[in-house]
Design a protein around this ligand. Sequence first.
Ligand SMILES: Nc1ncnc2c1ncn2[C@@H]1O[C@H](COP(=O)(O)OP(=O)(O)OP(=O)(O)O)[C@@H](O)[C@H]1O
Ligand SMILES: [Mg+2]
Length: 351
Amino acid sequence: MPSPQEILNQLKSIKYPGFSRDIVSFGLIKDIEVATAGVTVILTAASAKPEVLEEISAAVRRTVAAMPGVPAVRIELAEAPSPRMAAAALHRRPIPGIRHVIAVASGKGGVGKSTVAVNLALALQALGWRTGLMDADVYGPSVAMMVGAGAQIHVTQERRIVPLQRAGLRYISMALFIGDDAPIIWRGPMVTKLESEFLFNVEWGELDALVLDLPPGTGDAQLTITQRVALAGGVIVTTPQAIALQDVKRGVTMFQEVGVPVLGVIENMSYHLCRKCGRRHEIFAHGGGAHYASELGVPFLGELPFTHELREGADTATPLVAARPDHPVSEIFLGIASDIVARLNRSSTAP
Ligand SMILES: Nc1ncnc2c1ncn2[C@@H]1O[C@H](COP(=O)(O)OP(=O)(O)OP(=O)(O)O)[C@@H](O)[C@H]1O
Ligand SMILES: [Mg+2]
């Protein structure tokens, strides 16, 4: 009898009808139970049309039945979302004027989440999407530094915050509101409440995408944001050193528990791109990101090298994608961004 993981891998060969994406990365498989009597596949089919569901069920049945040692296959439909998902959906609010909110998360700190968020936002912008960036990390605010702080914050007559602009990107950081003598008030529940409320009080205008740089980790603060804001998807950043199945899994679980689709995993500082010879040097055993993404049934978005230009860009407030759009690493960001654009465009027309 095959294991649930083997069955899941096999189910990845089934495409969602009308899409190039498979049913596993669409999040359609809720659970797989293997017993001596046979295999039960539980589908989450809340949004699918009955005829589509019929087609998917038939394909699942055929595929699993064809695996060696499977005596019988049963398909179950989990119509009702989990209580946690239902609660999340209840409190989740869209941000007026914003088409897609994308959250960038990581299981650990220091993996380059802010670097990715800034350059990804710029890449989305370069592809023609009106884009905003919000640094939701109160304790280690870095977006303001990376895109250049120091600007004066304006507030409208309705007391709404006007975001700053740089390289056409609208951005705001919690850091801009914390004076040297203020941090003491930013604690626990207060922070969580302020962060999620804060987002709704910014005068973003019309945006195709807002990139949210979440605080590192997958604890309550991160979960609260994912529950209160209607997110289009989540991106998980990891590194070869930090990587462990558990690390990526925590991020995936955080999004999936609240019904937010995982857009994919990015492995940062995956290899070293030599600025002198332009060649790629393998410094760590890379590729774990792709492996774990596939194991967890979520898309893998790409590998980013360790490269000095990326760090210098951050230190001097000239992010690479804005300063050198033709740099090979900027091209990787553009590739990831167009992948995300394609996924979001598809999912907004998904059945
Ligand atoms: N691919 C890379 N190549 C070189 N340096 C990088 C790369 N990615 C990130 N860095 C550098 O590593 C440091 C940490 O990156 P960053 O601040 O983006 O991480 P983070 O995950 O947001 O950290 P934190 O948990 O503190 O928020 C920064 O100095 C950044 O410039
Ligand atoms: Mg950061």
